[in-house]
Design a protein around this ligand. Sequence first.
Ligand code: KIV
Length: 268
Amino acid sequence: MKTVKKFLQMKKQQEPIVMVTAYDYPSGKYVEAAGADLILTGDSLGMVVLGYADTLQVTLEDMIHHARATRRGAPDTFIIADMPHMSYHISIKQTRINAGRLFKEGAVNAVKLEGGKPSRLEAIKAITDCEIPVCAHLGLTPQSIHTMGGYVVQGKEEKGYQAILQQAMDIEDAGAFMLVLEGIPEKLGKEISDKLCIPTIGIGAGRYTDGQVLVYHDILGMSDFKPKFVKQYSNLKSDIVKSLETWKMEVKERIFPSKENIYLPLDQ
Ligand code: KIV
């Protein structure tokens, strides 16, 4: 399993870091088999696995449940799990308790939280103080959709650009070991990645971050929509529906089960 130290080394050696989301035993197993450097059990599971409209309804119990299943599928891969909305917002004490539960009960190697304002920096420091590595997340942070006014690219104007740049530097100082950059201009992704010592992982942040992350269901063509930054490598949604339709047709036509699918056929 790769370590926090290894990810730093990969950045220094300019080796791109590959992160993929996984949410359960099969996705964890396939992502590990593909040799990804690390897994993110993201709260995007609220949308792609649980069918919610956004990530805001995801609970700590949901995250623990899915992180544990992912770990069973990927015993040898570094896993980061998302701290869900309101699990690190109330108090530092509650933040430590929740991060500890996700880390221990979810059997993950690190946790991720969104944002870079002073209260988030305090959360990063408190969790790191518990010897739990923290990955931060800036730019288009999905837990803030209502305050951001939707899923909109962040840092396009100078003021926002400078604010994200400053938050990235503050996050490194607060002790985060990695930073996810989502939905920002390529120039900002490059400038942050050049300035920071910790690795940056981009999603919709252009070509110059130290690594890339995509959602498992987006890569495989199983999502309901395809954002611009996604490249789809399979069309599993249509493969799955076709397979199920074929099986349905074979049952209706009495093609299935055939002799090879029967333990003791009547006419043997
Ligand atoms: O929840 C998630 O999957 C994420 C990635 C999109 C970075 O935060």
